[in-house]
Write a protein that binds this ligand. Sequence first.
Ligand code: SIN
Length: 326
Amino acid sequence: MTLPRIRILATGGTIAGSASSATDATGYRAGTASVDELIASVPALRELADLSGEQFGQLDSSDLTDALLLDLARRVQQLVDDPWVDGVVVTHGTDTLEETAYLLHLVLSTEKPVVLVGAMRPATALSADGPRNLFAAVTVAVSPATLGRGVLVVLDDEVHTARDVTKTTSLGVHAFASPYGPLGVVTDGRVAFYRSVDRPHTARTEFGIPEALPRSAVLFAHTGLDAASVEALDGVDVIVHAGFGNGTVSARLVDALDAARARGALVVRASRVGSGTLTVVGASADAANRWVAADDQNPQRARLLGALALTVTRDPAEVQRIFHTY
Ligand code: SIN
C-alpha cells in the first residue's frame, strides 16, 4: 500500500524546544531540535505517512514577522502545488500559531491538507506533548476527510479551524480553543470531524499571497488610554482598536482615530473581551467615522484580515464586506 506523502515543515517553537532538565517546562529555548529529530521522536509516524522533513526556521514564534509569514506561505504553496506532496504539516510555536494559521487559511490556494501543530512542553520535558500532537497532526493530514477544510490546527487531540482558534491559556497542554468548538477530535490514530466551516478559505478566497503586507498595529484599549497613543501610530496603514465590550472606543480617541482614517489608514474596531460579534454601528458610530467592525475576529486576526483587505481594496465599505465574508 502506498502511504500519503506528507512534508513536515519545521519553524521552531516549544515543540522543538529543549531545557536542561526534564522537570523544567518553562525555562527552555524554543526551536533547538531539528525537523529530523522531531520525526525520529515518533517512530509510529512512519506507519501513517511517507514523510519528509524540511527546516524552514528554528524560531521562537514571537520573532516571526509579516515578511517571514509571507515567505512561509510561499513555501507551503509551492509544496501543495507539487503533485508528489499530499499534505503539509507545519510545526510552530504556540504563541503566534493562530496568526500564521489564519494567514495561510486566507491566502493558500489548495484543497490539500495543511495542518499546524505545536506543543506547550519542550521536547525534553516529562510528558512532553509534542510527539503526541505531531502524531495527531499527521493523522489529520493523511485523512481523506481533511481535504478542502482549509488550514487546521491540531493540539491536545482536537482539530480546530484556523478561522476561529486561539490560544487561551499561558501554560498547560489544553491551551487552544475555538469559540464555536473544535471541528473534530483525534482518537487512537483516527480523526473524526463533527462540523465544517461555512466562511470561505484557501482556494475560495479573493486573496493571493501578496509581495508584502501593509504596516499594521493593534491598540489595546484600557482606562486612560489617550489620543497620543493613536497619534504615535502615524505611518501605520491598519490600526486595529481592541476596544471595550462591543468594540467601544473612548470619546478621547475618536478624533485621533478619525484623523488616522482621513490620512488613509484603515481603522478596524475589534474587542478586547475575547469572544462575540461586533455590531457595525455600535457605541462608536463606525458608519459615520468610516471605521470597520471586525465581526467576530479577535484583534490579532483582525489585523491580518485588515492588512490583506488593503491588498485588494481601500474602500472601507468593501473592507467591511470582507470582514463579514471571511
Ligand atoms: C513559541 O511560540 O515559539 C514559544 C512558545 C511555544 O511554542 O509554546
